[in-house]
Design a binder for this molecule. Structure first.
Ligand code: GBH
Length: 470
């Protein structure tokens, strides 16, 4: 370790992230429509671990100024938040523009800019208006144009102030809502119909059309950048055997490459290994064609290159060996394992494996020609203590790997955002898992935010752009 450069570049963008449904609350205020998380939490509260919902959450709709104070205290230069589609378009379409929704985001953005914090805006972080779900949601190709309509409204009304756009957060998780049990809304179980792959294709197309719309109608006057955020575990071979190495490569292509390759890969399109495997499995199931709808030449060309940079969310690692696959990455033929020696977090999925962070960043560099990357989420969950030493240890070890990826591997990484600014609604885990640097007291009507010990640690890193030696 002696002599390792543990600093970050001068113009590096440090900041924090949240998402609309997880923090805003005000679920039915000022004309907002219902979305799929409102619906699932209200109609089936038993699918949420503590029976809770995001009706009030951190009440950021009313308390965004306190969020900005917290960001200031942290020394954040960037705040990534998402927009609630049903707050802007209550019935899902442009026949129902809600001015109060637009006003809310304009106020939030103005206040951020006044405090020298750059907004990075996610257009879709999982909260689909229910009328669109009722026509099949992301499986219905009609959604492509509805998303383009929605994006045009955002770019028109907010694009003068916002220079960083993400169309989608973790589209693989949107797809999982259509086949993985007990997971993301709308919790459908339609893998046998290829629903997840339909979602994948439709999201890729919607993303590409919005990118080209930005180029044609907005880039010249607004001068911003647009991309999307992908999530991935790092997939490490369980052993040095050729089969395990192949399994790990298959896994990362199913989880990350399925979106990254069509956009950033040299020839575009889905990764060859994904096309081959899904074809074989579909035939084995007795189908006449692959569950993965092929992209035609026009779409391959239209999707390729539609990222000015890449957003990456990363938390943890899995070990890979050939096997039945399981619910996360069906059809891959890879079985995923954890090393029992890895330190744990409150979230069952999250094990502390810092070296996996460096490896995935390096893999992205090698696989896609070193694109500009911003880490749009990274963080640790506990049960909510203010003295969050385990979170500090997580950040210390992961940030070391990040600095090594930058300084030794020459990965083109220009920013890093923590997940999350504050405790919030963690999807089906409700309020049982806490990712915040700021504690939020969900029992008090005014939802007070209190800094945890990790705030001091992160603040110091953001300020000095260096990691402490010990
Ligand atoms: C991010 O996703 C989300 O963008 C954010 O909204 C969320 O609050 C944050 O993470 C913290 O979890 O495949 O069954 O093992 C990361 C999503 C969700 C990825 C759970 C891994 C594991 C479930 N993570 N998932 S499983």
């Amino acid at each position: 370790m002696v002599g390792r450069d543990m600093s970050f570049p001068e113009d590096f963008l440090f900041g924090a992230a949240t998402a609309s449904y997880q923090v805003e609350g005000a679920w039915d205020k000022d004309g907002k429509g219902e979305n799929i998380w409102d619906r699932i939490t209200h109609e089936k509260p038993n699918v949420i671990q503590d029976g809770s919902n995001g009706d009030v959450a951190c009440d950021s709709y009313h308390r965004y100024k306190e969020d900005i104070k917290a960001l200031k205290e942290l020394g954040a230069k960037m705040y990534r938040f998402s927009i609630s589609w049903s707050r802007i378009l209550p019935n899902g379409t442009i026949t129902s523009i809600n001015q109060k929704g637009i006003d809310y985001y304009r106020k939030l953005i103005a206040e951020l800019l006044e405090n020298d914090i750059q907004p990075m805006v996610t257009m879709y972080h999982w909260d689909l208006p229910t009328p669109l779900q009722d026509i099949g949601g992301w499986t219905n190709p009609a959604i492509i144009e509805y998303f383009v309509d929605y994006a045009r409204i955002l770019l028109t009304h907010l694009g003068d102030k916002v220079k960083w756009w993400l169309t989608f957060n973790e589209p693989t998780h949107v797809a999982r809502g259509y086949f993985q049990p007990n997971f993301m809304a709308p919790q459908l179980l339609l893998h046998h119909l290829g629903a997840g792959y339909m979602v994948t294709a439709n999201i890729l197309k919607a993303h590409a059309l919005v990118y080209h719309m930005y180029d044609k109608e907005f880039r010249h006057s607004q001068q911003g950048k647009i991309s999307l955020t992908l999530h991935s575990f790092w997939y490490e071979p369980m052993s040095d055997s050729e089969e395990d190495i192949k399994a790990a490569n298959t896994a990362i292509n199913f989880d990350f490459g399925i979106f990254a390759h069509p956009i950033l890969g040299k020839d575009g399109d889905f990764p060859a290994v994904v096309k081959e495997r899904v074809e074989v499995v579909s035939k084995e199931m007795g189908l006449k064609r692959s569950l993965l709808p092929p992209l035609d030449k026009e779409w391959i060309a239209r999707i390729k290159g539609t990222a000015d940079f890449l957003g990456v969310n990363h938390y943890t690692t899995r070990l890979c060996t050939p096997g039945p696959g399981g619910v996360n990455i069906p059809d891959s033929g890879v079985s995923l394992h954890i090393d029992p020696a890895w330190p744990i977090a409150a979230s069952a999925y999250l094990k502390v494996v810092p070296w996996g962070f460096r490896k995935i960043l390096r893999w992205i560099k090698d696989e896609y020609g070193n694109p500009p990357v911003i880490v749009t989420e990274n963080g640790f969950s506990d049960r909510g203590t203010l003295n969050d030493i385990d979170r500090i240890n997580y950040y210390r070890s992961y940030l070391r790997e990040l600095s090594t990826a930058i300084n030794e591997d020459n990965c083109n990484i220009f920013g890093y955002l923590v997940w999350s600014l504050m405790d919030n609604f963690e999807w089906i885990r409700g309020y049982t898992e806490k990712f915040g640097l700021f504690h939020v007291d969900f029992n008090k009507p005014d939802r007070p935010r209190t800094p945890k010990d990790s705030v001091n640690f992160i603040k110091n890193v953001f300020k000095t752009r260096k990691l402490p030696r010990d």
